[in-house]
Design a binder for this molecule. Structure first.
Ligand code: ADP
Length: 354
C-alpha cells in the first residue's frame, strides 16, 4: 500500500515542481503562488501518509527496532541543529543541555531521532516566543531525555489524552502548521518498543515538558534478542545464519591512550564503514561496546569468512589513514548457525566470549 500511494504522489509532486520552476513555460506570479500552495499540500499529504503508515506498522507489531549502541546526546544535538533555522525564523531560542562525552544506550537511532523530531517540532509549533530546551541526562540504568518549551501549554483536562491518536487541542482554524494528531502516539509507540517511558508536564500559558526515559540494555540481553530472532528466521527458512565480528582487542588500553570519546568515535566510524559496505538489505550491522557485529542471514561459514575478508581491508585502510594501524588491534571472527551452535544460548555465549 505504501508503494501504491507514494508513487503517484511523487509523480504529481514532480509535475507541479516542473511547472513552478518554469521548465514547462513561463509562469505568472499568481500561477506560482497557486502552485506553491499545491506543493505545500502535497508535502503535507506525504507527511500524513507517512504518519498513518508508521502508526499502522506500530499497531500491527511489524516494527523491528534496529538497535545498536547509540550516543543519545549526539542524536539530540543533530535534531536541535535540524530545527535551528526554523527556530531562528520564529525568534525562539533552541538549546541543548547534555553531559560532556557520550551518553550511550542500545536503541534504534533513526527511531529515537523521530521521537526528538516530533517533540521539538511540536515545541516550536506551539511556542511563539521564548525557548525550547532539549536535555539529555545519563543515569546508571537509563537515559532520560526531555524537550521543554515556554509555549502555550496544555490544559489539565487535555493532558490525559495527549498520547492518543488523532487528538489535537485548541486548534486555531486556518493559520499555522497543521499536524496529524499522530506524532505523539507514534513517539509513545517507539518509546514503548524500547521498553521505555514517556510522560508530559504542562501548565497553560507557561509551557510544556515532554520527557522520555530509555532503559540501558546490557549487551547480553541485546544479543540474545538479536540472535534469537535471526536463528528463528534461519530455522524457518531452513537456511544458514552467520555473525561476523570486528572487535577491538585492546579497548581498555586504547581508552587510556586515546581517551573514551575518541574510542567511541572510532567505533562509530568503524560501524559506519561496515554499514556502507554491506551489499544486501537483509544484512544487519550492530555497533557493540567493543566493535561491530554483522548478522548475515542465509550465509554459511565459508560465505561469512569471505565477507569478513572483503570488509577487513576497509577497516585497515581507515586505521592507516588515522595513524592508528599499529595501535588498534582488530580481531575478526565468524560464528555460524548451525556449524558453531544451534541454540541462541550457545551462539550468544561464543559471541560474548573473548
Ligand atoms: P500534531 O502535532 O500532529 O497535531 P501530536 O500527536 O504531535 O500531533 O500532538 C497532539 C496535540 O498535542 C497537538 O495538536 C497539540 O494540541 C498538543 N501538543 C503537543 N505538543 C505540544 C506542546 N509542546 N505544547 C502545546 N501543545 C502541544
Amino acid at each position: 500500500v505504501s508503494h501504491e500511494i507514494r508513487t503517484p504522489m511523487t509523480i504529481i509532486r514532480e509535475g507541479v515542481s516542473q511547472f513552478l520552476d518554469g521548465i514547462l513555460g513561463d509562469v505568472t506570479e499568481e500561477q506560482k503562488s497557486i502552485l506553491n500552495i499545491s506543493l505545500d499540500a502535497i508535502d503535507r499529504l506525504g507527511r500524513i501518509i507517512n504518519d498513518l503508515l508508521d502508526m499502522s506498522k506500530l499497531e500491527s507489531g511489524k516494527v523491528e527496532l534496529k538497535k545498536e549502541l547509540v550516543d543519545i546526546a549526539s542524536v539530540a544535538s543533530k535534531a536541535c541543529r535540524d530545527f535551528g533555522l526554523r527556530a531562528h525564523a520564529k525568534g525562539v531560542q533552541i538549546s541543548l543541555t547534555a553531559p560532556e562525552g557520550r551518553v550511550e544506550t542500545y536503541a534504534d537511532p533513526d527511531k529515537i531521532m523521530q521521537v526528538f523530531t516530533n517533540l521539538i517540532g511540536n515545541a516550536l509549533k506551539f511556542t511563539d516566543e521564548g525557548l525550547v530546551d532539549v536535555s539529555v541526562s545519563d543515569f546508571v540504568d537509563f537515559v532520560e531525555c526531555s524537550v521543554r518549551d515556554s509555549g502555550r501549554g496544555i490544559s489539565n483536562e487535555d493532558l490525559p489524552r495527549v498520547f492518543s491518536k488523532f487528538e489535537q487541542f485548541s486548534r486555531q482554524p486556518g493559520a499555522g502548521e497543521k499536524g496529524t494528531g499522530l506524532g505523539l502516539a507514534i513517539s509513545k509507540g517507539i518509546v514503548d518498543l524500547h521498553k521505555g517511558k514517556i510522560w508530559v508536564e504542562s501548565k497553560v500559558g507557561h509551557g510544556t515538558k515532554f520527557t522520555f526515559a530509555l532503559p540501558k540494555f546490557n549487551e547480553t540481553e541485546l544479543f540474545r534478542e538479536y540472535v534469537t530472532a535471526r536463528i528463528n528466521q534461519a530455522r524457518r527458512a531452513k537456511t544458514y545464519f552467520s555473525v561476523a565480528t570486528f572487535e577491538l582487542a585492546n579497548l581498555e588500553d586504547l581508552k587510556n591512550k586515546l581517551g573514551e570519546v575518541r574510542c567511541g568515535t572510532l567505533l562509530d566510524e568503524m560501524g559506519q564503514l561496515v554499514r556502507d559496505n554491506l551489499r544486501r538489505k537483509t544484512d544487519a550491522s550492530l555497533r557493540s561496546v567493543k566493535g561491530v557485529f554483522v548478522m548475515l542471514i542465509g550465509t554459511d561459514k565459508t560465505g561469512a569468512t569471505a565477507f569478513a575478508g572483503r570488509i577487513r581491508p576497509f577497516i585497515d585502510d581507515y586505521l592507516t589513514k588515522h595513524g592508528l594501524i599499529g595501535e588498534v588491534k582488530v580481531i575478526t571472527r565468524v560464528i555460524s548457525y548451525p556449524d558453531d551452535g544451534t541454540t541462541e544460548a550457545d551462539l550468544t555465549k561464543i559471541l560474548l566470549s573473548n
